[in-house]
Structures are given as structure tokens and as C-alpha cells.
Design a binder for this molecule. Structure first.
Ligand code: DC
Length: 231
């Protein structure tokens, strides 16, 4: 049997990381973990509790309630997708909304939140056979991952993809607002003090601005085969 791998995919917001990671996981019959969904679920929890909001940021309240946040990423065979659960409630739709997107960078800057998420992510990965996407997977969560990919694409293409995705989910948004949110999150992700978004030295760069998912799969199959052949 083939050796089970850990595949880490990092990169900028709305690069198509999750589409790509899901397709790899499906082909290899691996678990797929969307680590961004975990930060989004924590953000939703804090928004609902009123710990964060316009002009509000109560770090003390967030930290004191952190132990009460339980996140599950559960595969739903009916829709052939993973769904995010927050304390047993399916929050998949809500965590993709604009309010969560606007506050998630603040929440993901909190060291205690990050260490809790990283611990959960490592636990999920103990048996390998996993594809995880995020911002710090190849640098912090799995620095020894078998394959590390760092994805990027132009801002306009990413904004267009996110806009189409939200429209597809019947979420009303303005294109320019989507673009502004992506730019703001790039800046926040790259400049935060703890685990900033950066390409690991041994990550392979993938600019998919002009690549289809099929093209990306062809590309990654070669990388997986090379890894398995020991090169
Ligand atoms: O992948 P995404 O856009 O759904 O992620 C939401 C936010 O979570 C993103 O703005 C940065 C943060 N994040 C992070 O800090 N570390 C990760 N491993 C994944 C996401």
C-alpha cells in the first residue's frame, strides 16, 4: 500500500485552496481539513457572544470562553462535502458570510486561539492521509509535511472567484467590497506577529491564475508520484 502522506496547502485568501485540496483528498481518499473554517467558527462564536463586533474586542471574555468552543469538521456523504459544526450546530453557511469574513483576521491573531487550533489540527493529522489547507500548515502545523504547496493568484481573479462563490450561495455582495476584504485579509495574514502567512522554504509555488482545477490536478499528480518514488 502507498505510504500515507500529509499534504499541506497554504496561500492567500480565495486562491482556490479548498477546491484544490478537496480534489486531492477525494482522489487519494484522504481526509480533507479546511483550517480556515475552524478560525471562522471561533469568530462566529465570539460574534454571537458579543465578544467582538464593531468597536468591540473583549480579549478577556474570548480567552475565558475558549475552552467552551468545540469544532467538528464532518463529512456529509449526501452533499459530498465537509461541514463545520460549532458545539454540535451546523454553521457551515453562517461562517462563510460577510460578518465572519470581516472579523476572522482579528480572531486569528490571538495566540491562544492559534495554539488551540494548531493542537486540534495536529491531532486530526496523527494518522496521516490528510490534506489540510490554511495559512500556516506547512510552516507551523505540519513543518514535516510530505508535500507543501504555496498557492497564489492575482487579486482580481481571487476577488472574482470569491464573488461568484458567494453569489452561488445566494449571498448578496458587492464586487468591490469582496476585493477590499481580500486585500485587507492578505495584509493582516502576512503581517500578524504570530504565524504570519509565508511560503515555507520547502514549499512548491503554484500560481493558478490561469489554471483549471483539472490542470492543477495533473500538476500535483506528478508531484505526488515523484514523492512516492523517493525523488
Ligand atoms: O481560508 P479562509 O479564508 O476561510 O480563512 C479564514 C481566515 O482564517 C483567514 O483570513 C486567515 C485565518 N486563517 C489562519 O490564520 N490560519 C489558517 N491556518 C487558516 C486560516
Amino acid at each position: 500500500m502507498d505510504k500515507r502522506l500529509i499534504i499541506a496547502i497554504d496561500g492567500y485568501s480565495s486562491c482556490g485552496k479548498s477546491t484544490f485540496a478537496k480534489a486531492i483528498a477525494k482522489e487519494l481518499k484522504y481526509i480533507y481539513i479546511d483550517s480556515g473554517a475552524m478560525y471562522r467558527a471561533v469568530t462566529l462564536f465570539c460574534l454571537r457572544k458579543g465578544y467582538i463586533g464593531k468597536g468591540i474586542f473583549s480579549l478577556e471574555a474570548i480567552l475565558s470562553d475558549l475552552q467552551n468552543i468545540h469544532i467538528g469538521l464532518i463529512y456529509n456523504p449526501d452533499i459530498v462535502e465537509y461541514e463545520t459544526f460549532l458545539n454540535s450546530e451546523n454553521v457551515e453557511a453562517e461562517i462563510r458570510g460577510f460578518e465572519v469574513s470581516n472579523f476572522v483576521s482579528r480572531i486569528s491573531q490571538i495566540p491562544e486561539v492559534r495554539s488551540r487550533m494548531v493542537e486540534m489540527q495536529r491531532q486530526i493529522g496523527v494518522f496521516k492521509g490528510i490534506v489540510m489547507d490554511g495559512r500556516d500548515i506547512g510552516t507551523v502545523v505540519f513543518p514535516d509535511a510530505d508535500i507543501k504547496i504555496f498557492m497564489t493568484a492575482s487579486v482580481d481573479i481571487r476577488a472574482k472567484r470569491r464573488y461568484e462563490e458567494l453569489k452561488g450561495r445566494n449571498i448578496e455582495v458587492d464586487f468591490e467590497e469582496v476585493k477590499r476584504n481580500i486585500i485587507a485579509r492578505d495584509i493582516a495574514d502576512e503581517n500578524r506577529d504570530i504565524s504570519p502567512l509565508r511560503r515555507a522554504d520547502d514549499a512548491i509555488l503554484l500560481d493558478n491564475s490561469r489554471m483549471s482545477v483539472a490542470g492543477q490536478m495533473e500538476w500535483v499528480r506528478n508531484i505526488i508520484a515523484a514523492k512516492r518514488n523517493g525523488s
